[in-house]
Design a protein around this ligand. Structure first.
Ligand code: NAD
Length: 489
């Protein structure tokens, strides 16, 4: 059946459907960036909570600022904002239709978005706008000179960025004497709450420093760690939803069974009782996010490039390749995990074993191109901080430099077998040009201060990187990985 509120009874034959009715729900959250991850994670937790009968006044209104958000709005509006979520484990595949989203605002309708943000019913503004969406440089600082931010700073009442809209929404609330909403980032960024606060306060300061101070003192930005592997949706996913579950969904979401959400309990305007749906509320989320970003996201960022260079398409296939699997294990055990501070109630070796199993899951169809995209934002957040930590301790970085060298080799643009690589990265042009030069002059790739920061100034890193890159060019990916595994790189 074609998914809609009217066909839920039919969908019930093959999928779990909401136990609540749409009429029971009212808005409490505005979410920017209605992509796949939001619908596999936050929306699923809320769906679980709403199924218990609780907190029906925390339904989601979607919002966005990009043309792709307008496309998503059209696709989801045609199915009453319902989403089919297919959860796949090694042993189980199940589909559920989730319904906590009740609307998506028209992209570009600034007035409607600000009016909604200023509605007293809205108590949380959340976002998944990707690592690149926060206007931060390699040091993690907010960049107020970015043209989009400077533009919103000059025209605060007609904002175009998510942060400009949030500033305008907060101002409208303050003018009405309303309590501010809580701003909840759900992106994979270290200290995501703090980074979001810096962006909102930093942008507000461009036009109204006193109001920026007010935001700094009065608005909560809880940090969180979010986790659930959620590949992009394509024809394959639409076909499985239709053929296996009988549901025609314009944009279904596929994900693994595992999910985790650890968050600081800092919601002065109130929040849904998400702990009833499995969210862990903790005093300090830093150890959890540190562990997840370095081990899981760092792991993804490490295997993406050797796999791409060996023409491997799926993540589980990369993990089935003995050299790539062993490369990941050695890198994590010898270089990444030893510089991770202890995490409450967590054994890091067990955590990594779980991650290996999750990466090996053959069902979810996560792809190497997805992991390889956006490296210019991901390497500085997921890999290079581990490199910097080890250098600061005077420890070696053979494996981590190899990751950087593999990334550089990838950006030359062809795999070891000579197949062309399609990049998906905002910085692709400059990285590609530098990677070509780096074949003869490896240092040409380390000139990007916004990516490599201080790491590029380390003699040891420069030496290791140059040697790894030279070996990759001379001997290829397979031989280089073998040398690394034999401690001969
Ligand atoms: P997606 O491509 O499906 O959606 C991305 C969303 O971000 C879209 O709505 C897009 O319009 C918006 N966006 C992108 N750049 C933006 C910008 N500059 N300003 C405003 N909005 C912008 O991707 P996804 O799978 O939903 O992942 C989004 C983010 O969620 C990731 O970058 C990551 O931080 C987090 N996350 C994803 C996963 C996963 O497995 N997919 C897991 C954990 C966390």
């Amino acid at each position: 059946c074609k998914l809609s509120l009217a066909t839920l009874d039919e969908a019930r034959k093959t999928a779990a459907v909401p136990a609540y009715s749409r009429a029971d729900l009212s808005a409490g959250i505005v979410h920017f960036g209605v992509g796949n991850f939001h619908r596999a994670h936050q929306a699923v937790y809320l769906d679980d909570l709403f199924n218990t009968g609780a907190d029906h006044d925390f339904a989601i209104i979607g919002a966005g600022v990009l043309p792709s958000d307008a496309v998503m709005r059209e696709k989801l509006a045609a199915q009453d904002f319902l989403t089919t979520v297919v959860e796949q484990d090694n042993n189980r595949t199940g589909a559920r239709v989730t319904g906590p989203m009740i609307d998506i605002l028209t992209v570009g309708d600034t007035k409607a978005i600000i009016d909604t943000l200023a509605d007293p019913k809205i108590r949380i503004v959340s976002m998944t706008i990707t690592e690149g969406g926060y206007f931060i440089d390699a040091s993690g600082s907010f960049n107020p000179q970015h043209p989009a931010i400077a533009e919103d700073g000059r025209h605060p009442s007609s904002p175009k960025t998510v942060f400009g809209l949030i500033v305008a929404g907060l101002k409208a609330r303050r003018d009405k004497g309303l309590q501010p909403f809580t701003v909840m980032s759900c992106d994979n960024i270290p200290h995501n709450g703090k980074v979001t606060k810096n962006a909102v306060v930093g942008l507000a300061a461009l036009s109204d420093p006193a109001f920026a101070n007010w935001i700094g003192e009065n608005v909560a930005f809880p940090n969180s760690m979010v986790d659930r592997i959620t590949p992009a949706t394509g024809e394959r996913e639409r076909n499985i939803a239709r053929d296996d579950f009988g549901i025609e969904d314009n944009w279904p979401v596929f994900c693994e069974e595992f999910k985790q959400w650890v968050m600081e309990d800092n919601f002065p305007a109130g929040r849904p009782a998400l702990e009833k749906a499995g969210v862990q509320f903790v005093k300090d989320v830093a150890p959890y996010e540190h562990m997840k970003i370095r081990i899981l996201n760092g792991g993804h960022a490490a295997i993406a490039y050797p796999a791409a260079l060996l023409d491997i398409h799926f993540v589980h296939e990369a993990m089935e390749h003995p050299l790539i699997r062993a490369f990941l294990a050695k890198l994590e055990n010898e270089e990444i995990i030893p510089v991770i501070p202890p995490v409450p109630d967590t054994n890091l070796a067990d955590y990594f074993a779980l991650i290996e199993r999750r990466f090996l899951n053959p069902k979810i169809g996560d792809t190497i191109p997805r992991l390889a995209q956006d490296g210019s934002n991901r390497q500085p957040k997921f890999i290079l901080p581990s490199t910097a930590d080890r250098l600061a301790r005077g420890e070696d970085i053979v494996g981590l430099s190899l990751v950087s060298a593999l990334w550089c080799r990838y950006f030359q643009g062809t795999s070891d077998s000579g197949k062309e690589i399609a990049f998906n990265d905002a910085s692709a042009e400059r990285l590609h040009a530098a990677a070509i030069k780096a074949k003869d002059d490896p240092m040409a790739f380390l000139v990007f201060d916004d990516i490599f920061g201080e790491v590029a100034e380390s003699e040891l890193f420069r030496k290791r990187f140059a040697h790894a890159l030279k070996t990759l060019w001379q001997d290829g990916t397979v031989k280089t990985l073998k040398l690394y595994l034999d401690d001969k790189l």
